[in-house]
Design a protein around this ligand. Structure first.
Ligand code: SF4
Length: 340
C-alpha cells in the first residue's frame, strides 16, 4: 500500500509537541529540565504506518505515550480526526487510540483468562452482554490466529508470540482508529517477529487501521512502515518515505544509523554507529544542532543554530531533514547533503 500523505487529511496531527521532566539534583541544587520530546511536528494519514526510530533515550517511547494519552504533553497540540485529544474524554480516547507494548507478558493480567483479557475493554466500556463479549473475544482471537481452545488458557500457558497476539486482539476489540505500537516485536524470537509484523499488516488492511510504529530495530521498521521519522535527542532529524530513507538517508545521523550494526536486543540502543563521542547527556544537550558534537559533517552554523525541519533536496523529494546542509542559506553545490 502506498500513500501520498500530503494529499490526505491526516488522522493524527502533532504540532510542536514537547514533554519536559523536572529531574531532582539533590538537596542543594535546583532541579534540571529534561526535554524528552522537543518540538515534534508529525502528520499521519488514515491507513498509514509511520515508523519512529532512534537510539534508546531519543524520546520515541515518550512520544508514543503522549499520543496514546498515557502522558500529557507539556506543550503543543495533538489532533485526532481534527479533534484536540486534550478535549476528548479519557474513555472515548481509549476507544480511538490503543497501544501495543513490547512485553506482552507484563501487559497481561496473569490471573485473567485469555478470553477475559480480550473482552475486558468491552466490559470497561459497557459494551454488550457478558456472553456476547465472550463470543466477540473468541472471534477476535480467531482473527489474530489463536484458535478458540486458547480462550480459557492463562498467559503463562502461552508462548511470547501467542501472548502478543492476545495483546493485539485486546487492542483491536474496541475497533480503534489508531494503534501505537511501541517495540511490539522486540521481546520475540526473530522467527516470530515476522509473523507478528505480517499479522499487523493484514489487520491494517482488514480493519483500516493506522499505526504509529516505534522501534529501535531498523529492519523491522523498513519491513512495515510507509514513512519513517528518525529521532535524535527529542527531535525529528529526518522524515521520509521508507524506501527513500533506506535507499538514501539524508541526515548525517540517519546515515550513521543505517550504517550501524542492527541489534534485535531491546533497549540496547544502536551499537557502534561509527560516530565520534557518545550519546549526549539529555540534561545538558549541546547547543545549536544537538547532533553536532558527533556529526562528521559539522560546519559553521552547527554549534550555534538549531536546524529547522525543511524539505530535503530543495523540495524535489518528499522527505524533510533537520540539517543545515539542507538549508540553501548554508549549503553549497559542492557540499551535497547526501553522500553515498
Ligand atoms: Fe551535522 Fe550540522 Fe547537519 Fe547537525 S546541522 S547534522 S551538525 S551538518
Amino acid at each position: 500500500m502506498t500513500f501520498d500523505h500530503t494529499t490526505t487529511e491526516p488522522l493524527l496531527s502533532i504540532r510542536n509537541v514537547a514533554r519536559r521532566f523536572s529531574i531532582p539534583q539533590g538537596l542543594l541544587k535546583p532541579p534540571k529540565v529534561l526535554n524528552a520530546v522537543n518540538g515534534i511536528d508529525l502528520d499521519v494519514a488514515p491507513g498509514e504506518i509511520v515508523g519512529i526510530v532512534g537510539e534508546s533515550g531519543c524520546g520515541k517511547s515518550t512520544l508514543g505515550r503522549i499520543v496514546t494519552g498515557l502522558m500529557p504533553a507539556s506543550e503543543g497540540t495533538i489532533l485526532l480526526g481534527g479533534r484536540d485529544v486534550s478535549t476528548i474524554p479519557r474513555l472515548e480516547l481509549a476507544r480511538l487510540v490503543q497501544p501495543i507494548f513490547q512485553d506482552p507478558y507484563s501487559s497481561l493480567n496473569p490471573r485473567r483468562s485469555i478470553a477475559g483479557t480480550v473482552a475486558e475493554p468491552l466490559h470497561i466500556h459497557g459494551i454488550g452482554e457478558s456472553s456476547k463479549r465472550f463470543e466477540k473475544a473468541v472471534e477476535m482471537l480467531d482473527r489474530v490466529g489463536l484458535p478458540s481452545r486458547f480462550a480459557n488458557h492463562f498467559p503463562s500457558q502461552l508462548s511470547g508470540g501467542q501472548r502478543q497476539r492476545v495483546a493485539i486482539a485486546r487492542a483491536l476489540i474496541l475497533n480503534p482508529q489508531l494503534i501505537v505500537c511501541d517495540e511490539p516485536t522486540s521481546a520475540l524470537d526473530v522467527s516470530v517477529q515476522s509473523q507478528i509484523l505480517n499479522l499487523l499488516m493484514e489487520l491494517r488492511r482488514d480493519f483500516k487501521l493506522t499505526y504509529l510504529f516505534i522501534s529501535h530495530n531498523l529492519a523491522v521498521v523498513e519491513h512495515i512502515a510507509d514513512r519513517v521519522g528518525v529521532m535524535y535527542l527529542g527531535r525529528i532529524a529526518e522524515m521520509a518515505p521508507a524506501p527513500d530513507l533506506f535507499a538514501a538517508p539524508r541526515h548525517p545521523y540517519s546515515q550513521a544509523l543505517l550504517n550501524s550494526v542492527l541489534t534485535p536486543e531491546p533497549g540496547a540502543g544502536v551499537p557502534d554507529i561509527g560516530l565520534r563521542g557518545t550519546f549526549p547527556d539529555p540534561l545538558n544537550p549541546p547547543a545549536g544542532c544537538v547532533f553536532h558534537p558527533r556529526c562528521p559533517r559539522e560546519f559553521g552554523p552547527c554549534s550555534s543554530r538549531v536546524p529547522a525541519l525543511l524539505p530535503a533536496d530543495s523540495g524535489q523529494g518528499s522527505g524533510q531533514v533537520a540539517c543545515h546542509l539542507a538549508n540553501p542559506e548554508f549549503s553549497s553545490p559542492t557540499e551535497p547533503l547526501h553522500v553515498a
